[in-house]
Design a protein around this ligand. Structure first.
Ligand SMILES: [Zn+2]
Length: 396
């Protein structure tokens, strides 16, 4: 992140022209319409295209999504195509951008089986965490969210298109949650937390605060309840949100004892643009909403806040993941260095950037290629590389 810019400016997705403007300047290329300018930039090595055949990718992605089995050769084709794309983006150098063809002859990050990307976002495939049948079963297993996440992430496959991961609640009982988590929100949540804890205080619009605490007196059985104020980041929204977090998994610092079932009920009273979407799916389940970037930033902050204060309790688990340095670099390339090439109804070529859900699919491709440990297993010191400034807070 650039600490000279505001949080909002840091989180903004630049447009196509903004991405290529510095490349044109560096290579002395002048604007001659998108097509010719891009050709010149490709010639100059400033824009890179996938050096693999993509022509079957769209058809095979749709075939897979319709639950038809792919032949071994088809699955291999898709796998090697996506591998080449992920590697191509990873290998981008400073002063380079990646041109991703998403025309009829290119990739379909959102499978054609979905009319719109909104429908894909709502109904697309999720990476699912193991569920437990009862509170007792969860307590006996003594499994942490991170262990369940590691197992689930290792099963992600390169040729599939995922829209996030979810942890459904324990099968019985009230208050079961069905929280979905997008990796893109994990990136955003970690960015908001890092920026606010570093810059915070000095900048009114970039400040997270815990305004209220309510913890069970003897046992962390029901989890803690906290009210956290988080900046909204988006221009169109209010400046900050007051989020009520419930069933927050906590443990007593003194004894270290914790419960392994509380986090399944983690929920938040909070509505933002991301969370509102859940209500329109027509299959609205109690608590069936995204664990958005605001809630994630609040949880990260709470973890840091409780640990570094004289509070008798601390957070026992996080249910959101944090990008490693290599994944964070990759995520920033998806936002700042990838040009998407589309085709409109008339067959004319248009250029733009990746949408959030397209980036989400590409985040999962790298998880499938590199595994959990290399992508989202970060815990300590992540503020340093996210802020690009050392001496941050030293992790969680
Ligand atoms: Zn939110």
């Amino acid at each position: 992140m650039n600490l000279d810019l505001t949080l909002q400016e840091n989180m903004r997705q630049p447009g196509f022209r903004e991405i290529i403007a510095p490349l044109m300047e560096q290579r002395g290329v002048t604007w001659h319409g998108p097509q010719r300018t891009l050709e010149q930039l490709i010639g100059a090595g400033a824009v890179v295209k996938p050096d693999t055949d993509l022509s079957q990718a769209r058809r095979l992605t749709a075939k897979l999504e319709s639950d038809a089995a792919l032949t071994k050769a088809e699955a291999q084709y898709l796998t090697s195509t996506y591998k080449a794309v992920v590697e191509g983006i990873e290998q981008l150098q400073e002063g380079q951008a990646y041109l991703l063809p998403m025309t009829k002859e290119g990739l379909a990050l959102v499978p054609d089986n979905y009319d719109t990307s909104t429908r894909f976002r709502k109904w697309g495939r999720l990476v699912k965490l193991r569920r437990f049948g009862s509170v007792d079963a969860a307590e006996r297993a003594r499994i942490t969210p991170m262990q369940l996440i590691r197992v689930a992430f290792q099963k992600a496959r390169l040729h599939e298109s995922y829209t996030g991961y979810n942890f459904a609640g324990i099968r019985v009982g009230e208050g079961s949650t069905f929280n979905r988590v997008l990796l893109e929100d994990c990136i955003d949540g970690a960015m908001i937390f890092s920026y606010c804890t570093y810059v915070g205080k000095a900048d009114e619009t970039a400040n997270i605060i815990v305004t209220q605490r309510h913890q069970p007196s003897s046992t962390p059985r029901t989890g803690g309840m906290y009210v956290v104020k988080v900046p909204s980041v988006d221009k169109e929204e209010v400046q900050s949100y007051r989020i009520v977090l419930k069933s927050v998994p906590i443990r007593e610092k003194r004894t270290g004892r914790t419960r392994y079932s509380t986090w399944f009920n983690l929920n938040a009273e909070h509505t933002c643009v991301i969370r509102q979407d859940g209500a329109h799916t027509g299959r609205f389940v109690r608590g069936s909403r995204d664990l958005c970037k605001h809630i994630q930033a609040a949880m990260l902050y709470l973890g840091w806040y409780l640990r570094s204060s004289d509070d008798p309790y601390e957070l026992s688990f996080l249910v959101n993941v944090v990008p490693t340095q290599s994944q964070y670099n990759y995520a920033m390339k998806l936002r700042h260095s990838v040009i998407a090439e589309y085709e409109d109804e008339k067959g004319s070529i248009i250029h733009g950037t990746l949408t959030k859900i397209q980036r989400e699919v590409l985040e999962w491709k790298r998880v499938a290629l590199r595994g959990f440990d290399e992508t989202f297993a970060a815990r300590k010191g992540f503020q340093d590389y996210i802020l690009g400034a050392p001496q941050a807070l030293g992790g969680l």
